[in-house]
Design a protein around this ligand. Structure first.
Ligand code: FAD
Ligand code: FES
Ligand code: FES
Length: 1266
């Protein structure tokens, strides 16, 4: 990559240095790859590679003078970067030049846990600051480009809102150089500029007009052109059989591109495709990015006849996210719609609604103007969209648009709708209309019959409305579009939106006040979020119990913290990936890898036969697994997309391309069983694990309730995917896995290679989030990577692509409960028969059911409970650990039973809970009372009831949940603590792994407390199998407490050894003491072991929570208005970290309870929700609007573990409260439909927009104005 400027290369700058690239890159080489693998700038992270997670965001100035923009580097083909100035996290701030205020503030506010998302967040915010100062609400909304799976966002928002223009205490940091407005931007958007000429973002002088042609490494041709004519010249010469115009290149985030076409033409430098001018229409260049479009429309909307652009702009702000809008163009968006009719394009929708037209040019120079409808039927081969004609619309036109997605931002529309009415000013009679929908089916978007019907009618009339809705309902064509929600929901939603639109436009004096809430867009009512945290801390024992930020936080925020794939490229390294089965059940007859092996760059292919040792990645003798689990399928297939082979190639892309070329013949193919609700009724699929009989039975039965309840799987969605790097060593192999169970990883690598364990060295510094995924499932990748290294004697990198990870790897166990309850009139259980079925996936291996068994009654009196738990197997990947496994299922089931009783008997659910509480857990009575006071429950309950009585279309719910959480495992963990004689500084290595939970910081605090030295003098090193062999996994919130125990033991032992000397020396400083101890030969290294005997029984973690939600009855959308969460954390070693754990766990649970839905093809067993595009984890604007955390006062556990309790898992269980609150809101809506509020309705979680909306059972007859 050197200076080879000219016609066959592109030039750009990264962090001030110039680079030139040409034929040495492939069509698939992204800017991300270039930064990380060629420049070794590994501060920029990645996860989804499809524009959905934001981990890869960098800052780009696309041409001199243009504003810096956030760009997803994973979306950019590196030849697109011509003329760009790229800034990465390394340049923003670093340990040499000093850190940026954003990095410091994020670290100090504890806005980073695993830290893997942090550089991306910093870069997003960095770009936001570089333009114009944003308000707090803008910051919250515009951070939707980024996902954090650990923190729950509150701390990130708090950090960045300090930089807002309306921050309560404006940050002095605002004086920094960054905040100056870009001259070019401010100049461009001067109003008078708009009136006349077109403008172009691409300044001609800066880029030059030379066309570029590069023959790429993978036999593709890359062209960069400056005029539309150039495009046609190329197509004429090269043919139009296989080409793509590269604009923002973000289309691949919508529909992945497996292989680029032969000809790639970068059109971003073409001025004619940019900017705008007015003739009778407003003509906007089709190559305009969506961000530019927003700016153009913002200004143009002040112009007469174009006021409607304000409405359009509001909608475009909901398209994708900031970084994608910075790259993605109008034409690109429309062409995706052209290629994939079922794509619910917002841009197409908006343009169709206002009657915009497109100018299309073909090779013969002919241009034509087409309507949006005609465009879809136009053969676009060899043609270009030149521009969009936005029509002038006078004020008689009213436009209203909607977008309903699975979450509030950064998600495509499930259904979107736009309605344009031209109304007679005097009587509101309809003169013209356009009624447009997206997301319903591939071939329906405009309700023309309805449009015709309403001509001449007075719209805001109850009768007309009903008639119109009947016509509309008949006219809508809604088809199955898996994994999108059901036809029933999308149809109801479409009608609901139509009604909503009319409510919005209706004159206010007509509307009955109860219907007014229907016109609201719920997410737009969301204010700037607020939060509070209340915890005790005792300065007398600091640094123990001191709220200090994580010790690694700043390095994480600067991209300096190293994760597995940040390990620099190694000479001769190869890349490995899995080949997957394409059936769920059956047998493999023949595997033919010939084509794959012939693919240029492919090095090897391995199947089960090639494994030198045992084909298993789980040790059957282990405490956490009970059987062998295949690395590679050895004949019998157990689930769809089971790994059957390993492809090894020169690059990540080649490996992942070639894996699809392996041909497999199957026999005995059968339909899989994948739904726990059916599986549990099939005796061949279930086995009884244990049975706990009631000891008592009551006779006062006034009601018997019998039902079932199911919760489904959850994908971990950690930001760092499963990865492994390994290389040969003199005596064996060195492996760096994303593992928090090194002992098992080491054991199984050795076993599959058939070598001694001592020949395998494992090391891990930190892991970018796991939540259980990387405990045992990591070993699958670790063993596969080890096999490739061992067999090829070359370094190997195994990086799981998101879509393989979601499909091939197990998740949280689905769990289904059958129950029969007999209760008295106070809701006290007289008897309960309660069966729970945990879905293990295809194999029972990890016995998470033991945890369910230990917690099935949560905090309630179990004397009258007959409990049985069953292991179920389904034809899905082996399910695995996921934050609070087993406990969550149990607590969810027990709490649902309490809610159920309350509903059926019309009792207060909190009273029912307290009536059934186990007296042993009286702590919860005190905590509940505290929460009732602190949350102002009584007043808020009244306010909620008033709100519900006054509003028909928005409803609120306010509910409690209680928790007793317990985790007692035999655990072994060792710690080595070394003191260095030169300066008394200390290094610790421990057998736990830093996953973001702050284990290292807590270890340091404990050490500093006992040794009475500053925290800054102590460092924690990577865990490795040499210093920390045979350790338990980092799991169940137990590692932190065991590290505290082990460090305490190390310190005590060391202090004991030093004590005589200290007495002799009088009152030496620590440094003097250590120096002298060294001279005397005193051992300055200590080992501490937390052993299997260190089990702290009955170390119950209690929690109480109150959540208030609001739902939109017409759409199913929801907002979490407020959450008050009180947890008993004992005496926290670090309250700041523990608050972060609690918030993060709760928000992860919130996602599980509301939006994270796994959708399968039930006939094939294929997982359809396998990407960030269709699996929806919460984002910054999905968290509670008001989030209050309280630690229980005066709580303490055991001295040995310094009074601490677990924090990282329990709060996830408290998220069960959210569906309860939603259920109350839904019940209130159902009451309006005449369904009594004590009539139970079953909703298996998650409570998605679909389930909320449909469960409201809204009657169309109720759609009224007055
Ligand atoms: C994470 C994510 C979220 C998204 N969310 C939404 C959403 O909520 N709503 C929504 O509507 N969209 C959404 N999108 C889609 C996004 O708007 C499009 O990806 C983007 O607009 C495409 O523009 P592009 O310039 O990147 O197209 P490219 O990827 O560069 O090109 C796409 C196609 O358009 C063709 N093309 C480009 N320019 C022209 C031209 N002038 N004439 C003819 N053909 C041309 C190319 O040949 C190519 O086939 C999302 C995308 C991502 C990645
Ligand atoms: S890796 Fe680029 S957005 Fe996820
Ligand atoms: S800290 Fe954000 S993903 Fe881990």
């Amino acid at each position: 990559m050197s200076s080879n400027a000219g016609m066959d290369s592109v030039q750009f700058k990264v962090n001030g240095s110039e680079y030139s690239i040409g034929g040495n890159v492939s069509s698939t080489t992204t800017l991300l790859e270039f930064l990380r693998r060629y420049l070794e700038l590994r501060g920029t992270k990645y996860m989804c590679l499809e524009g959905g997670c934001g981990a890869c965001i960098i800052s780009v100035i696309k041409s001199p003078g243009s504003p810096p923009e956030a760009v997803n580097s994973c979306m950019v083909s590196v030849p697109s970067c011509h003329g760009w100035e790229v800034t990465t996290i390394e340049k923003v701030g670093n340990r040499l030049d000093g850190y940026h205020p954003l990095q410091r503030t994020l670290a100090e506010t504890n806005g980073t846990q695993c830290g893997y998302c942090s550089p991306g967040f910093v870069m997003s915010m960095y770009n936001l600051l570089k333009n114009k100062r944003k308000t707090m609400i803008e910051i919250e909304q515009q951070l939707s480009s980024n996902i954090c799976r650990c923190t729950g966002y509150r701390t990130i928002l708090e950090a960045f809102k300090k930089f807002a223009s309306d921050a309560p205490e404006p940050n002095k940091i605002m004086d920094i150089e960054d905040i100056t407005l870009c001259n070019k931007t401010s100049e461009i958007f001067l109003k008078n500029n708009i009136k006349g000429n077109a403008w172009c973002f691409v300044s001609e002088d800066s880029l030059g007009e030379i066309n570029i042609q590069i023959d790429l490494k993978d036999n593709r041709k890359w062209f960069r052109v400056n005029s539309v004519e150039d495009i046609f010249n190329i197509l004429r010469k090269e043919g139009s059989d296989s080409y793509m115009l590269v604009a923002g290149n973000t289309g691949k985030g919508v529909r992945p591109i497996v292989e680029y076409p032969r000809i790639l033409i970068d059109v971003t430098a073409i001025c004619d495709l940019k900017g705008f001018y007015f003739d009778q229409n407003m003509v906007v260049g089709a190559g305009t990015t969506l961000t530019e479009l927003i700016d153009i429309f913002a200004d143009a909307s002040d112009i007469e006849y174009f006021g409607y652009l304000k409405v359009i702009n509001e909608h475009i702000q909901l398209v994708a996210n900031v970084a994608i809008r910075n790259q993605g163009t109008i034409a690109g968006n429309l062409m995706i719609k052209h290629m994939y009719r079922d794509f619910s394009s917002d841009i197409f929708l908006l343009l169709q609604a206002v009657g915009a037209q497109l100018t299309i040019r073909s090779a013969d120079g002919v241009t034509k103007t087409v309507t949006m409808e005609k465009f879809l039927n136009e053969n676009m081969r060899g043609k270009i969209i030149l521009n969009v004609l936005m029509p002038p619309l006078n004020t008689a036109y009213k436009l209203v648009t909607y977008k309903v997605s699975a979450k509030s931002r950064n998600a495509h529309a499930i259904v979107n709708a736009a309605f344009l009415y031209k109304l007679n000013v005097d009587d509101n009679k309809v003169l013209k209309s356009r009624i447009v929908f997206g997301g319903l089916s591939s071939n329906f978007s405009r309700a023309t019959k309805t449009e015709k019907f309403i001509i001449g009618k007075m719209l805001f009339n109850n009768n007309t409305l009903q008639q119109t809705i009947n016509i509309l309902s008949d006219e809508l064509v809604v088809t199955d579009l898996p994994p999108e929600p059901s036809v029933q929901y999308r149809k109801q939603l479409a009608i609901g939106l139509f009604y909503k639109g009319l409510l919005y436009l209706s004159p206010q004096n007509i509307l009955h006040s109860r219907y007014k809430s229907g016109k609201i867009k719920l997410h737009q009512t969301r204010p700037v979020s607020t939060a509070s945290q209340s915890f005790p801390t005792d300065p007398n024992i600091w640094p123990l119990n001191e709220p200090i930020p994580k010790v690694e936080a700043l390095h994480q925020c600067a991209g300096e913290a190293k994760y597995v794939d940040d390990h620099p490229s190694l000479p001769r390294e190869v890349f490995a990936t899995f080949v997957l089965t394409t059936i769920a059940r059956g047998n493999i007859d023949i595997i033919d890898a010939t084509e794959a092996l012939n693919f240029p760059g492919v090095i090897a292919f391995y199947t089960a036969k090639d494994i030198p040792g045992v084909n298993s990645f789980t040790p059957p003798e282990d405490q956490d697994s009970i059987t062998n689990e295949e690395i590679l399928c050895d004949g019998e297939v157990f689930y769809y997309n089971q790994p059957l082979g390993i492809i090894v190639a020169e690059s990540y892309d080649i490996a992942n391309r070639a894996r699809l070329l392996v041909k497999v013949k199957y026999s005995n193919v059968r339909q899989p069983k994948i739904d726990i609700r059916n599986v549990k009724n099939d005796p061949s699929q279930v086995s009884l694990f244990s049975c706990i009989n009631a000891t008592h039975k009551g006779n006062d039965v006034v009601k018997v309730i019998k039902d079932d309840q199911t919760i489904f799987g959850q994908y971990h969605f950690c930001l760092e995917n499963l990865s492994c790097v390994s290389w040969p060593t003199e005596e064996g192999i060195k492996v760096i896995p994303t593992s928090h169970y090194l002992a098992a990883a080491q054991r199984m690598s050795a076993r599959c290679l058939n070598i001694d364990q001592s020949r395998v060295d494992m090391e891990v510094h930190r892991v970018g989030g796991s939540f259980g995924l990387k405990l045992s499932r990591q070993n699958l990748i670790t063993t596969a990577c080890s096999i490739a290294t061992y067999k090829l004697n070359r370094p190997c990198r195994f990086l799981m692509p998101l879509r393989i990870q979601t499909r091939a790897i197990g998740k949280r166990m689905p769990s289904s409960t059958n129950y029969e309850i007999g209760v008295n009139s106070e809701g006290v259980i007289q008897y309960l028969n309660y069966d729970i079925y945990d879905d293990n996936g295809y194999i029972v291996n990890e016995l998470l059911i033991r945890i369910t068994e230990g917690n099935y009654y949560n905090c309630y009196d179990k004397a009258r409970w007959n409990f049985r738990c069953f292991n179920a197997i389904s034809d899905t990947p082996s399910n695995t650990w996921f934050r609070s496994p087993g406990t969550l299922e149990a607590i969810s089931a027990a709490e649902t039973i309490m809610e159920r009783i309350a509903y059926e008997l019309d009792l207060d659910p909190l009273t029912v809970r307290l009536n059934n509480l186990d007296k042993e857990f009286g702590d919860l009575i005190e905590m509940t009372n505290t929460l009732i006071n602190d949350s102002n429950y009584i007043e808020r309950k009244k306010a909620k009831d008033k709100f519900n009585s006054e509003n028909r279309w928005n409803k609120r719910g306010l509910r409690f949940a209680l928790m007793r959480w317990n985790s007692t495992f035999p655990y072994i963990l060792n710690i080595t603590l070394s003191v260095y004689s030169g300066d008394g500084s200390v290094a610790i290595t421990h057998g736990g792994v830093e996953l973001g939970q702050g284990i290292n910081t807590k270890a340091i605090q404990v050490c500093a407390y006992f040794l009475k030295i500053p925290v800054s003098k102590i460092k924690v090193k990577a865990s490795n199998t040499m210093a920390n062999p045979n350790n338990s996994c980092t799991v169940a919130s137990l590692a932190s407490q065991n590290v505290a125990l082990g460090v305490t033991r190390c310190c005590k032992e060391l202090l004991e050894r030093l004590e005589p000397l200290r007495t002799d020396m009088g009152n030496p400083t620590w440094e003097q003491l250590i120096a002298r101890a060294y001279e005397l030969g005193i051992n300055l290294q200590a080992n501490g072991l937390a052993t299997f005997d260190d089990v702290y029984k009955n170390n119950n973690v209690f929690g109480a929570i109150l959540a208030e939600v609001e739902i939109d009855v017409l759409t199913g959308e929801s907002e979490i208005l407020r959450v008050d969460l009180l947890e008993d954390v004992g005496r926290s070693i670090n309250p700041l970290i523990d608050i972060g754990q609690i918030e993060g766990a709760f928000v992860q649970g919130l996602g599980y309870m509301t939006s994270e839905e796994l959708v399968y093809n039930y006939s094939t067993g294929e997982l359809l929700t396998d990407r960030s595009w269709n699996y929806y984890v919460p984002q910054a604007t999905d968290i509670p609007q008001d989030f209050r955390i309280y630690f229980r006062e005066k709580s303490y556990s055991y001295d040995a573990i310094l009074g601490t309790k677990s924090t990282s898992e329990p709060p996830l269980c408290l998220s069960v409260v959210v569906p309860f609150a939603m259920r109350e809101a839904i019940a209130s809506a159902r009451l309006e439909s005449g369904i009594p509020s004590n009539k139970w309705f079953n909703i298996d979680r998650p409570y998605t927009v679909e389930k909320i909306c449909l469960s409201c059972e809204t009657k169309i007859e109720d759609f009224k104005f007055y």
